[in-house]
Design a protein around this ligand. Structure first.
Ligand code: NAD
Ligand code: TYD
Length: 372
């Protein structure tokens, strides 16, 4: 069954204070006047109220809570009469899943199960009601591709390699099982690597960008030839909305950018953009005196090869043809435009990332690199 826009106008968004959730909420509220959102977020190190600070609270209510709190989720669904869940909440960083996998099992597996249980209790009681549980997942569940392998289709075998991807794979299977066994109306999107505003600076693009500004090493894991399929977060959010509004119940859609790049190329583009920005705007040298670019030296000089990530997947790539065919999905933001926009956003939002860096970010960066 396809949900009408009306049914999906009011929704519970889990993890809405994180990177993709916050971007989704902005896009959804601006595209649908009647939309009202309840955000459920535990505000882990990656969650940030500031990501939603400028949003009209009469259209977006924030609830500080944990997705593992099943009675709380049931109460929110009932009290707000919500028939849609868009589920972003997760532990999302592969490196953290290597140093501390427990939180990944607790949030990504147990947390997703808690939401499914609540949805089943509230939505399927009696004769049931129209509803939708949309699960936001990752291409990493499919494992690693060889350089000449075809990109991931929705039928690709699951071969998760990190505790992060294994926990997301488990959550995907639980969502599938609740549909198959209990007829919960679900959709899932598996997306490639995102970038854009509000991304926590532990992920490749914002980390490299901010390290350029501070004159800190740019840590390249292994040989830097690992390939990711980069997609601007707004295009991911458009894909999620299409799956939510027009996707077929029980279906999985792969969302990607057809934009494969090795990590070294990403870092090269960021360093060149920062060099050019400093050359064009002399105030940047005053704001960021520790950057090599402040003295006219290339930021590329900061590149430092470090020990590879254990189990590091070599290549991810998405085959988006099903989403194109069934949802009319096409990415709208080229990588050049998206990266330029993203760098401009970080330069214009220093207060945001300074506040983020006051917290756990600094410790994480300091303690987790072993120079080769
Ligand atoms: P993020 O780490 O930036 O945000 C996660 C959010 O979830 C935070 O606000 C955090 O506070 C919240 N959260 C964590 N544990 C919680 C819990 N137990 N209860 C309630 N809230 C909790 O993550 P992101 O990059 O925005 O990713 C969002 C989703 O998209 C994740 O499910 C991730 O697996 C998936 N995804 C991410 C990418 C990517 O490139 N970032 C790509 C594909 C899929
Ligand atoms: P990341 O942003 O952590 O996303 P994921 O591991 O989910 O793909 O990393 C993207 C790629 O960049 C990945 O191949 C690991 C690599 N990487 C580095 O080389 N150095 C870094 O400091 C980080 C954070 C990532």
């Amino acid at each position: 069954m396809t949900l009408s826009c009306k049914t999906t106008s009011n929704m519970l968004v889990t993890g809405g204070a994180g990177f993709i959730g916050a971007n989704f909420i902005r896009q959804r509220l601006s595209g649908d006047e009647s939309c009202r959102i309840v955000v459920l977020d535990a505000l882990t190190y990656a969650g940030n109220r500031a990501n939603l600070a400028d949003i009209d609270p009469s259209r977006c209510e924030f609830v500080h809570g944990d997705i593992r709190d099943t009675p709380l989720v049931e109460r929110l669904l009932r009290e707000h009469d919500l028939s849609t869940i868009v589920h972003f909440a997760a532990e999302s960083h592969v490196d953290r899943s290597i140093t501390g996998p427990d939180a990944f099992i607790e949030t990504n597996v147990q947390g997703t199960h808690s939401l499914l249980k609540a949805a089943r209790t509230v939505w399927l009681a009696g004769s049931g009601r129209p509803h939708r549980f949309h699960h936001v997942s990752t291409d990493e569940v499919y494992g690693s591709l060889g350089m000449s392998d075809a990109p991931f289709t929705e039928e690709h075998q699951y071969q998760p390699n990190s505790p992060y991807s294994a926990s997301k794979a488990a959550s995907d299977h639980l969502v599938r099982a609740y549909h198959h066994t209990f007829h919960l109306e679900v959709t899932t999107t598996n997306c490639s690597n995102n970038y854009g505003p509000f991304q926590f600076p532990e992920k490749l693009i914002p980390l490299m960008l901010l390290n350029c500004l501070h004159g800190k090493p740019l840590p390249i894991y292994g040989d830097g030839k690992h390939v990711r399929d980069w997609l601007h977060v707004d295009d991911h959010c458009r894909g999620i909305s299409l799956a939510l509004d027009t996707g077929r119940v029980g279906e999985v859609y792969n969302i990607g950018g057809e934009n494969e790049r090795p990590n070294l190329e990403i870092v090269e583009r960021i360093t060149a953009s920062i060099d050019a920005a400093f050359a064009a705007d002399r105030s940047l040298a005053r704001r960021f005196p520790d950057s090599p670019a402040a003295e006219g030296r290339p930021c590329w000089s900061l590149v430092t090869y470090v020990k590879d990530r254990p189990g590091h997947d070599r290549r991810y790539a998405i085959d988006p043809r099903k989403a194109q065919r069934e949802l009319g999905y096409t990415p709208q933001i080229t990588f050049d435009a998206g990266l330029t926009r993203t760098i401009a956003w970080y330069l214009a939002n220093e207060r945001w990332w300074r506040a983020v860096m006051d917290g756990s970010y600094r410790d994480w960066i300091t303690h987790n690199y072993a120079t080769r």
